[in-house]
Design a protein around this ligand. Structure first.
Ligand code: NAD
Ligand code: ZN
Length: 352
């Protein structure tokens, strides 16, 4: 078991391990004596783990209530947040109680949002159960719901007070959902840590625990340096400009982490073609993606993807902040005019 501190405005710890849940609950119970917990989750995760988490907390003297909503992006909405807040009120949850976000990034983001706004802010702990949620969404305090205009357009920064990353939750995770997390994990190696990247070119599953812990440590460091996402945190968007466009172009058939994987490859190809990194860099990314069973190219004309990306960014003006890769473990966000970015990308070649 490893404890990773996150030194943001409100400091907290991430407990990482395989089968470390009981130790986490013991600590939680000691810290939250006399409080009540409201567990918020989606229906799938509720069926798998909802009652176990409730029993674990109640067995340690923390009375619980539980709310489960249908999973999926269409339910990551204000209406769901409102239902949760009404539920919290009916249950008599006060500012001295706390919420438990149990599940993937969707319950995590919605519960975090409710914690931020219910009674102008209550504590919450994250118990992420997907790989993506453990290495990405549960740490950093970004909460959000979707609106018709786009994903994550309403939300705020509200840090959790503790995070449990128990890799035993992955025992029930569908392979496809795990693969999305692998795409984001490779991103952490690519942006900050060549050694981690090499580890992921080996046997990912066998090295799962050190990989998860290292990804969380990188996320924590980036968030500490830029809690409000005004500079350094942008590096986490490596592969995301084209990735988001691929997700949309495919009608979301290509899911987020897999789309980001292809977006990283396209960006690395373009960087190599523009002389910003050695050709070994895109070759290494392609090798790492292949070894992990992830696609590295997407069959669509670049112009179409750029048009979608431009549409996404329209309201930000004429420039864009792509994240360039200079070496494995070294990425940097830059600012570019749209025309220059399109030319830059056209030099790459990892489309079909
Ligand atoms: P998710 O919450 O929808 O989970 C994916 C699926 O896996 C769901 O069907 C869920 O029911 C199921 N599931 C979860 N844990 C399981 C388990 N242990 N066993 C079996 N099934 C399980 O989505 P996600 O992929 O975890 O997260 C995606 C969301 O995270 C997006 O909405 C994205 O915007 C958000 N996100 C937020 C941040 C942030 O910083 N806040 C960062 C990245 C992504
Ligand atoms: Zn992402």
């Amino acid at each position: 078991m490893e404890i990773i501190p996150v030194k943001t405005g409100r400091a907290y710890e991430v407990t990482v391990g395989h089968g470390c849940a009981d130790a986490f609950y013991d600590q939680l119970a000691a810290r939250h004596r006399g409080k009540r917990a409201a567990i918020v989750t989606d229906e799938t995760v509720d069926g798998l783990y909802g009652e176990a988490v409730r029993r674990a907390l109640e067995g340690r003297g923390i009375p619980c209530c539980k709310f489960a909503f249908p999973g999926g992006e269409p339910h990551k909405r204000m209406e769901t947040a409102l239902e949760i807040c009404e539920f919290l009120h009916r249950e008599g949850i006060t500012r001295s109680d706390f919420l438990v976000a149990l599940g993937g990034g969707i319950p995590g983001d919605v519960t975090g949002f409710c914690a931020a706004v219910y009674l102008r802010g209550v504590e919450y702990v994250q118990i992420p159960t997907t790989l993506l949620a453990q290495i990405d969404s549960s740490v950093g305090g970004k909460t959000a719901v979707n609106i018709d205009g786009g994903k994550n357009l309403v939300g705020c920064f509200w840090q959790p007070s503790a995070v449990l990353c128990d890799t035993a939750f992955f025992d029930t995770l569908p392979e496809e959902t795990f693969a999305d997390g692998v795409g984001e994990a490779i991103k952490y190696g690519a942006i900050r840590d060549a050694q981690l990247f090499e580890q992921m070119r080996g046997d990912f599953r066998r090295n799962l625990l050190p990989i998860v812990a290292r990804c969380i440590a990188i996320k924590a460091a980036v968030v500490e340096a830029d809690e409000r996402d005004t500079g350094e945190r942008m590096v986490l968007n490596f592969g995301h400009t084209l990735g988001h466009a691929i997700e949309k172009h495919s009608g979301f058939a290509v899911t987020h982490g897999k789309a980001v994987a292809i977006g990283m490859q396209m960006m690395a190809d373009a960087c190599a073609q523009n002389g910003l990194c050695a050709p070994e860099v895109p070759a290494a990314i392609r090798d790492c993606l292949e070894r992990n069973g992830l696609a590295w190219r997407y069959d669509a004309p670049l112009e179409g993807l750029l048009a979608i990306a431009a549409g996404d960014k329209k309201r930000d003006g004429t420039s864009i902040s792509p994240v360039l890769i200079r070496a494995i473990g070294r990425c940097e966000p830059v600012s570019m005019e749209w025309g220059a970015f399109a030319q830059f990308m056209a030099a790459g070649g990892s489309r079909a």
